[in-house]
Design a protein around this ligand. Structure first.
Ligand SMILES: Cc1cc2nc3c(=O)[nH]c(=O)nc-3n(C[C@H](O)[C@H](O)[C@H](O)COP(=O)(O)OP(=O)(O)OC[C@H]3O[C@@H](n4cnc5c(N)ncnc54)[C@H](O)[C@@H]3O)c2cc1C
Length: 459
């Protein structure tokens, strides 16, 4: 049986692009379908525009810090339209760059939505195209709880296109997206209220990271309302009125309401049932939620249909860009490069680009204690004022922590809150991935004077 393509990829985001280019490098005949601009969530409405907003949001604190070094900074003002337009221009430039990478790699771009007709056929723009293998890399989208008035809320997708700077933004969601936007918008000069269902933000991260970031955000002036949920939203003359229940019941009125309560895989309308691709369900916590469905895959990203694979957020394994890329490349190496391999989801470093920033790799203290037993874990922790702030007078603190297996001395986890945490943890992650011991950390000479050197001097 001959097919139109060796590989047909649905979705030109992080995972799909990486897999398509890698497969083409092995001389496979590859096509990729994309219903939107090329680049996916990360490039268009995720990591990249968000990080540019983070950079923009950190200037006011730097202007204030400069005084401690003798600088007199005059009046400052943000040109919102310029800021949003500059970010949008950069995003479009990057999207075009990805189109040119596809051309260079010899991958055919089909700029349309694709759906499955049967295990070897996709429907695209009224045409039927066949392929030996199909990769589903369609990502996910924001999920809003099904509660009255939620339509007044916007999601992270719209945060990059706000026409005006909000005066007061209310955010629901305690995950990294809600937390990052709370810090971004506060840094840009908005009043920010973040409403969270539990006591602390950032569930799943080490407790020291969770408390240190939350305390710093509150100290910076962000209002965090814990143990509270939004019951409904009403439009009133002053803006949007959030009716609350839980620890706080006094309504919050804001002009913009961001719903950052999670994301769901894009599995609807793909024709998965035509091709025998099975889904796996997980229960989603919280009011107004039900279950969420993702494509079920094995460790080789293979679905229940043997020639169909899925990578990235649509499989809801670990929803990060480098993970989608890693899964995509492992798939292409295995299926087209004669190097059958599994992408490891262990020791994946990650960051929260809040202010202060946090980054982490490996096990949290709680996970290590649960896995090894309470006494089998040694914790090294330091909190200090970074040298930069010795002249600014700001009360900013840096926290660093190592979670160590007491019997083998192996570093199981490294966690940091503070400036450049993501840049620092990236290097520490190499050591963690290689199985370094605390002794290896101690034997490493620090770079002085830096914050990072604390990772090799903790006692
Ligand atoms: C606000 C925000 C901030 C983030 N920040 C970070 C970060 O700092 N670091 C990090 O690592 N990750 C971050 N992420 C997560 C990251 O963006 C995703 O994990 C990553 O983009 C997933 O890649 P993917 O290939 O699975 O899907 P996507 O990148 O979402 O790509 C899927 C593509 O498929 C297309 N598509 C869907 N259905 C079809 C169809 N039927 N036919 C054709 N095309 C289709 C979509 O248009 C899309 O372009 C962030 C996400 C968000 C929302």
């Amino acid at each position: 049986m001959t097919y139109d393509y060796d590989l047909f990829v649905i979705g030109a985001g992080s995972g799909g692009l990486a897999a398509a280019k890698r497969a083409a490098s092995y001389k496979a005949k590859v096509a990729i379908a994309e219903q939107d601009l090329v680049g996916g969530t990360c490039v268009l409405r995720g990591c990249i525009p968000k990080k540019l907003m983070v950079y923009g949001s950190r200037f006011p604190a730097l202007f204030a810090d400069a005084a401690g070094y003798g600088w007199k900074v005059g009046e400052t003002e943000l040109d919102w339209e310029y800021f949003i337009t500059a970010i949008d221009k950069e995003v479009k430039r990057l999207s075009q760059l990805h189109v040119s990478y596809l051309q260079k790699a010899g991958v055919e771009l089909i700029p349309h939505r694709a759906t499955l007709v049967d295990p070897h056929t996709v429907a695209v723009d009224g045409r039927k195209i066949t392929a030996d293998k199909i990769l589903i890399a369609v990502g996910g989208r924001p999920l809003k709880p099904n509660l009255p008035g939620m339509d007044y809320g916007i999601t992270s997708d719209e945060m990059f296109h706000l026409q005006h700077k909000p005066k007061h933004i209310a955010i629901i969601g305690a995950g990294y997206i809600g937390t990052e936007f709370a810090c971004i918008m506060h840094g840009l000069g908005c009043q920010v209220t973040q409403i969270i269902r539990k006591e602390l933000i950032l569930k799943g991260f080490d407790d020291d990271i969770r408390t240190d970031i939350q305390n710093a955000m509150i100290a910076h002036g962000i209002k965090i309302i814990p143990n509270t949920v939004v019951e409904k939203v009403e439009k009133v003359p002053e803006g949007l009125k959030l009716i609350l229940s839980g620890e706080k019941t006094e309504p919050t009125i804001a002009d913009v309401f961001l719903v950052a309560t999670g994301r769901v895989p894009n599995v609807e309308g793909l024709g998965l049932e035509n091709a025998g691709v099975e889904l796996v369900s997980t229960t989603v916590e919280g009011p107004g939620y039900t279950t969420m469905k993702a494509i079920a895959v094995n460790e080789y990203s293979q679905t229940s249909q043997e020639n169909i694979f899925a990578v990235g957020d649509v499989t809801n394994r670990m929803n990060l860009t480098p993970v989608a890329i890693g899964e995509g490349r492992a798939f292409a190496d295995s299926e087209f490069g004669n190097q059958r391999r599994i992408f490891s989801h262990e020791n994946v470093p990650t960051a929260v680009f809040s202010t202060p920033e946090a980054a982490t790799v490996g096990l949290t203290e709680a996970q290590a204690r649960e896995k090894l037993g309470n006494d089998a874990v040694k914790i090294y922790r330091t909190r200090f004022r970074p040298l930069f702030h010795s002249l600014t007078g700001a009360a900013e603190k840096t926290m660093m922590k190592l979670v160590v297996d007491a019997s083998t001395d192996k570093v199981l986890g490294a966690h940091m809150v503070g400036e450049n945490a993501a840049e620092i943890i990236q290097g520490v992650a190499i050591a963690a991935k290689m199985g370094a011991t605390k002794k290896d950390f101690d034997a490493t000479v620090g770079i002085h004077p830096t914050a990072a050197e604390e990772f090799v001097t903790m006692r």
